[in-house]
Design a protein around this ligand. Sequence first.
Ligand SMILES: [Zn+2]
Ligand SMILES: [Zn+2]
Length: 342
Amino acid sequence: MDIYKSKVGRVCEPMKTDFIQHEFEAPAKGKVLIKVVASAICGSDLHIFKGKHPSVSLPSTIGHEFSGDVAAVGEGVTKVKVGERVTVEPCIVCGKCDACRHGDYGYCENISFTYRNGDGAMADYVLVDADYVYTLPDYLTYETGALIEPMSVATHAVRRADIRLGETVLVIGAGAIGMLVAAICRKNGAGEVIVADFSDARLDMAKQLGATMTINSGKQDLEAEISRLTNGKGVDKSFECVGLQATFLQAMMTLKRNGTATVIGIFENPQITIPASRFVTHEIHVQGAQGYCWDFPIALKLAREIDLSKLVTHTFPLDDLQTALETCLDRNSGSIKVILKP
Ligand SMILES: [Zn+2]
Ligand SMILES: [Zn+2]
């Protein structure tokens, strides 16, 4: 019988990684074994690396943004063939709860993610259910294919925000998700897409991806600037892509009356203080967005027109996982998306 040896990267304690060995046998019925070619570091991996992810304890395998080649398929798998280039939607849902039975699997009562079950993609091989495997179209490389997962997160957030033609949108935080949200809002017909961040380099890249205006919130007062740009009205929609009290406040206080803020950032300190009366006086809406639900097929199509390769700033061999994670946390590295290659 074929045995597939896999080196699997973990965060063993805060700020420290190690590798464990895992042996896969030929995949069981309905399963697909993927030889990983490109695996990107996500902001959530960094929260785990710091030991500060609100729902992940250490040690934990990491990595859920990846692409590769199908190495073997189990009985009954017809969706993909051995050798095909693929990416994976890395969630695990029960299929039995009310949400799943309604097709709203993003709200599954028992939702988990492959990396939390030990199937992290900072590894040579990953075993997944065939239903969650997607063939990469020709216009995607392994590197850009690995970014379909964050692209799906951004797609999900923009769909929830229900962007209308000509609307003015503010995106706070020009990390990968913020930039993708900005790019997708523009494709979705937003008239003005304003991106705010502390880094001029990131703001430059946001412009290349579709932002119509940028604001360096380290140099300018964001709320005052938005008020000036919108004649005191505020923006139609805002996106919080950072996860801090200050940026949450900006996202709600820059909204026009009846505007909607969508919060995507992960809060390492979730207890924040906000002026609750604003909800009443301005009838604003603040909603969250997490993960995806039927967003992968849309993201795969949108990626034809958004140059995801611009986001890839660093590539490391898998053995350099520790250095790669440290590079992501280093503000001076200029990193946006860092990719590991087994
Ligand atoms: Zn991710
Ligand atoms: Zn379920």
